[in-house]
Design a protein around this ligand. Structure first.
Ligand SMILES: [Mn+2]
Length: 296
C-alpha cells in the first residue's frame, strides 16, 4: 500500500506485516511467497474506499512493519517466532493485520492476540481446518490450526463461525468435532441460499460483542478468481461477494485479521495476489473504522 516501513509497531494503530512461511502446507506449497506478491499488488490500492468514503490512512496510523522472522526447516521454532513477533505488535498497542503464509500461521497469531482470554473467530475458508493430525502424527499443519487453538483455550468455539466450507472430505465425520465444540459451520450452499447480508448477520450474531479475530483464507474465493492457492475448491465466492461480506464486518470488535494461503507459484498474472491485497484493504477499512469508533 506504499506505506512507510517501520521496524516496530510503536505509535501505530494498525501494523501490516507478512509471514513468508508455508511449512504447514500438506500438498501444494508456495504461500511463503505470498507477502512479497501481495505487497507488490497492494501498490495499486488508493487511499479512499469507494463505497464508504472512508480514508483509512487518515483515520489510523498505519505502517508496514515488514515480514516476521521464520525458520523454513523447523515448525516449532517458526510458531514461536511468529507468536513473539505478533506479541510485540500487540504490546505496542497496534492491531496486527497480516499476510500469510499458510493457514497454520494463524495459530501462533491467535496465541499472541488472545493474551487476556479466548477470542471469537470469523473465518472465511473453503475448509474447516479443524482436523486432528495428518500423516499419522503431525499435529501442526494448515489443516489443524483451529483445533489446536480450541484445545489451547485461545479460541472460543461458541463465538466461531466458518463461512464458505465446501469440497470433498477425508471422512464423513470430518466436521463433527468442530460442530460438537459449538462452531457454527456454514457450507457454501447455505451461503448461496442466505446471500451476503444474512451470512454476515449470522457472523455478527455468533461473534457478539467480544474481541474477535478475522481470518480470510483466499481459497474461500472461487479458483477462477483466485487460482494461486494451495488447496483450490471450485464453487467458491466471487471477489465481489467477498467485498460485500467484508464491509459488513463494520461494528465487530476486531483485534486482528489476516489474509492467508496466497501461493504465487500457482497464480496467473498476479490475480490472486491482487485479490489478497484488495481484501487486505477492505479489512484495513473496517479496522480503521473501529479505531475511529473507539475514539468516539
Ligand atoms: Mn484455511
Amino acid at each position: 500500500m506504499r506505506l512507510p516501513y517501520r521496524e516496530s509497531a510503536a505509535g501505530l494503530d494498525v501494523a501490516l506485516y507478512g509471514i513468508p512461511w508455508d511449512g504447514g502446507t500438506t500438498n501444494r506449497a508456495g504461500a511463503r511467497h505470498g507477502p512479497r506478491e501481495v505487497r507488490s499488488q497492494s501498490s495499486m490500492m488508493r487511499s479512499v474506499h469507494h463505497v464508504t468514503g472512508l480514508q483509512p490512512f487518515r483515520i489510523a496510523r498505519v505502517a508496514d512493519v515488514g515480514d516476521l522472522s521464520v525458520n523454513p526447516t523447523d515448525i516449532g521454532d517458526t510458531l514461536e517466532r511468529i507468536a513473539a513477533g505478533v506479541a510485540a505488535i500487540v504490546r505496542a498497542g497496534a492491531i496486527p493485520l497480516g499476510v500469510g503464509g499458510d493457514h497454520l500461521t494463524t495459530l501462533p497469531v491467535l496465541r499472541a492476540v488472545a493474551r487476556s482470554g479466548p477470542v471469537g473467530l470469523i473465518q472465511f475458508d473453503a475448509h474447516s481446518d479443524t482436523n486432528d493430525t495428518y500423516f499419522g502424527n503431525s499435529p501442526y499443519t494448515h489443516g489443524t490450526p483451529f483445533r489446536r487453538a480450541i484445545e489451547e483455550g485461545i479460541l472460543d468455539p461458541r463465538r466461531t463461525i466458518q463461512i464458505g466450507l465446501r469440497g470433498s472430505l477425508y471422512d464423513p465425520a470430518e466436521h463433527d468435532w468442530a460442530r460438537a465444540q459449538g462452531i457454527r459451520t456454514m457450507y457454501m450452499e447455505e451461503c448461496v441460499r442466505l446471500g451476503p447480508e444474512r451470512v454476515m448477520e449470522e457472523a455478527r450474531r455468533v461473534a457478539g460483542d467480544g474481541p474477535t479475530y478475522v481470518t480470510f483464507d483466499i481459497d474461500c474465493l472461487d479458483p477462477s478468481m483466485a487460482p494461486g492457492t494451495g488447496t483450490p475448491e471450485i464453487g467458491g465466492f466471487t471477489t465481489r461477494e467477498a467485498q460485500q461480506m467484508l464491509r459488513l464486518l463494520d461494528g465487530v470488535r476486531i483485534v486482528g485479521a489476516d489474509v492467508v494461503e496466497v501461493a504465487p507459484p500457482f497464480d496467473l498474472s498476479g490475480i490472486t495476489a491482487l485479490a489478497g491485497a484488495t481484501v487486505l484493504f477492505e479489512l484495513l477499512c473496517v479496522v480503521a473504522s473501529g479505531c475511529r469508533q473507539a475514539r468516539g
